[in-house]
Design a protein around this ligand. Structure first.
Ligand code: TYM
Length: 332
């Protein structure tokens, strides 16, 4: 049996090239070496204000992007989190296992609290418990590896700690998973501010490139990307902005370091930006074409989500049965 991998994305905002290079592209690449399960985590998405009318549509858009980016639904399970109720059932058991202090120390929660001006009345409890649900997602399927971007490191560490804590308290129940990150592209930075990671929630229109952006917009956003005041690409010591552009190009092109250096060392920033834009658009184009086709085949998409959920449900049921038994919850 091939080792299982599990990963997921929130159906919030438009997926950007960071999501693609840090996670999605890697999923498509490695899927056949594993027993893969990919989820659209809508129950995570409701931890933030959202439009209930829009969320189901967003889930289908993300499903279409997963497939358009190369996930093979005959091999990889692709489903929506809320289709399998065991995620929240296991999350509750974990909630009762995790010390409050562990969650209070999560940097993402602290950052979001800060963004809300520290006003606890405007922050949902779901945001606090978010990492517990994420641990449940992964441990529910006894996943051995979790392909994610670098920003998920702390969540992955917590997931491992939860698995170990549960196993120590109640006896071996969960596989302790490991994060799996791409060598290039695990952390794509904002184009308007290369000290912050590219994120779906940033307000600035020049912050990110969406997977569905047409070439004109890609060119425009990259044309405005922050660089620095050096004359051209300093290969040995590029500034943050230039390093980010080079990373984006290298991740998409898969060129070696040597080829990158020979091509880009000393290049003027205007030319660098143009070449990155061309590379990005040429790689996004087939994804966009396939996405448009898939969005016109809703029955097919829904069929994939339904059959995948049916396929993974027995695994989830078996894990929850074991977790209930171990914790002493009543079941027949
Ligand atoms: P989310 O939806 O924020 O991001 C989805 C994936 O994209 C990666 N990513 C990035 N990679 C490189 N550079 C970036 N700038 C960048 N931004 C995002 C993320 O690392 C992630 O792999 N908590 C998760 C969703 C989740 C999950 C899970 C993931 C819920 N349960 C179980 C794995 C396993 C999240 O918010 O990802």
């Amino acid at each position: 049996m091939k080792p299982r991998i599990f990963s997921g994305m929130q159906p919030t905002g438009e997926l950007h090239i960071g999501n693609y290079l840090g996670a999605l592209r890697n999923w498509a690449k490695i899927q056949y070496d594993y027993d893969p399960i990919f989820c659209i985590v809508d129950q995570h998405a409701i931890t933030a204000p959202h439009d209930p009318q829009l969320l189901p549509e967003r889930c289908e858009q993300v499903a279409a992007l997963y497939l358009a980016a190369g996930l093979d639904p005959d091999h990889s399970a692709v489903f929506v989190q809320s289709q399998v109720s065991e995620h929240v059932e296991l999350a509750w058991i974990f909630t009762c296992t995790v010390p409050f202090g562990w969650l209070s120390r999560m940097t993402q929660f602290k950052a979001k609290t800060l963004q809300a001006g520290g006003n606890q009345d405007s922050i949902g409890t779901g945001l606090f418990l978010y990492p517990v649900l994420m641990a449940a997602d992964i441990l529910l399927y006894q996943a051995r590896f979790v392909p994610v971007g670098d920003d998920q490191s702390q969540h992955m560490e917590l997931t491992r700690n939860i698995a170990q804590r549960f196993n120590n308290h109640y006896g071996d129940t969960f596989v302790v998973p490991e994060a799996k990150m791409p060598v290039v592209g695990a952390r794509i930075m904002g184009l308007d501010d290369p000290t912050k990671k590219m994120s779906k929630s940033a307000a600035s229109p020049t912050h990110s490139i969406s997977l569905l952006d047409p070439p004109g917009r890609v060119r425009k956003v990259l044309g405005r990307a922050v660089t620095d005041s050096q004359a051209g690409v300093n290969w040995e010591a590029p500034g943050n902005g230039v390093a980010n552009l080079l990373t984006i190009f290298q991740a998409f092109s898969e060129w070696t370091d040597e080829r990158m250096e020979a091509h880009f060392a000393g290049m003027r920033y205007g030319d660098l930006k143009k070449q990155v834009a061309e590379m990005v658009s040429s790689k996004l184009e087939p994804i966009q074409l396939r996405y448009a086709e898939l969005m016109d085949c809703r029955d097919y998409l829904r069929g994939v989500l339904r059959s995948s959920a049916e396929r993974v449900k027995p695994v989830a049921e078996e894990t929850v049965r074991a977790a209930k038994q171990r914790t002493g919850l009543y079941f027949l």
